[in-house]
Design a binder for this molecule. Structure first.
Ligand code: ZN
Length: 297
């Protein structure tokens, strides 16, 4: 009987530890959320606010939800002590279920942050990106120039970056003094920084298979890059992994030939007319979309 009383005592202590643990985890999560928001409001510059949210918010939310998942696991370990005190087997059953419930809560929350939250965060980012800037010298509200108006204020390299969609510049102007503020944002497409001119305009021009991969040997692929601004070129060599079997050979070669296209599942083109009418077109391949736009009048 004394065995059982020490087990009962252990369960009592265990429950207290789990309850305090739950409270501590929830407090830490709350503090992380508060500190994050204080940090955002302490940043005065809108562009820096944008950068901070863009860089940190999703990771911060993920940590908070991991803490929440662990808190749920802790709290589940206090469920139905009366039954657990009957036999230590129930202790392990409850422990295992608590781990599962905690993992599930944490995992589902992180999935929500990963897939649902970016859309919501985009609205937050847009708010700071398009919030009228104030000219620090005059205190005047500045105006955001349209894509056509802004080119005068961008040098050729910057325009080249915008033309390959790797960088998006926002140009704000104080209409009374003509003071200009230029802000740099990440564009829709990836391009590398050119070693010659320093602009983010180095793009893949074509890929060349030097040595096709076989079942026995790795192949070699050259990627040819060209800078859209200064036209300097660069070539890098890559290994093509061995083929799994012959059936796959053509498929893999096509994938390699298609280059970066193989990571694209679809292309959506939205055309917005002057009266605000929006038409959406879906394509499976990039070149279909390109051809479509060439034909579109
Ligand atoms: Zn260049």
């Amino acid at each position: 009987m004394s065995d059982n009383s020490s087990y009962v005592h252990f369960i009592e202590i265990w429950s207290i530890v789990m309850i305090y643990g739950t409270i501590a985890l929830l407090i830490i999560g709350l503090v992380l959320a508060i500190v994050h928001n204080i940090k955002i409001s302490s940043i005065k510059d809108f562009k820096q606010k944008y950068e901070y949210i863009n860089k940190n918010e999703i990771n911060r939310y993920k940590s908070i939800y991991i803490l929440l998942g662990i808190a749920v696991a802790f709290f589940s370990n206090t469920y139905d002590n009366e039954t657990v005190m009957l036999s230590y087997v129930w202790f392990f059953v409850r422990f295992f279920i608590a781990m599962c419930v905690g993992t599930l809560v944490g995992y589902v929350s992180i999935l929500i942050v990963k897939y649902y939250y970016p859309g919501k965060m985009q609205k937050k980012l847009d708010k700071w990106r398009y919030m009228p800037r104030i000219n620090p010298k005059t205190g005047n509200k500045m105006k955001l120039l349209s894509e056509e108006e802004e080119d005068v204020h961008l040098d050729e390299g910057m325009q080249a970056e915008e033309n390959v969609f790797s960088v998006d510049y926002d140009v704000w102007i104080d209409e009374q003094t003509n003071d200009v503020k230029i802000e740099k944002y990440e564009g829709y497409m990836k391009a590398l920084v050119c070693g010659s001119c320093g602009f983010q305009t180095l793009k893949i021009k074509n890929e060349e298979i030097i040595e096709p991969a076989t079942e026995d040997n790795e192949g070699e692929l050259l990627k040819h890059y060209e800078c859209a601004y200064c036209k300097s070129v660069r070539t890098t060599a890559h290994i093509i992994s061995r083929l799994a079997n012959n059936d796959n050979e053509e498929y893999i070669r096509n994938k390699v030939m298609a280059g970066k296209v193989n990571t694209i599942a679809g292309v959506k083109v939205q055309i917005i007319s002057a009266d605000g009418n929006i038409e959406t077109f879906d394509f499976q391949k990039v070149d279909q979309a390109e051809n479509f736009l060439r034909e579109y009048k």
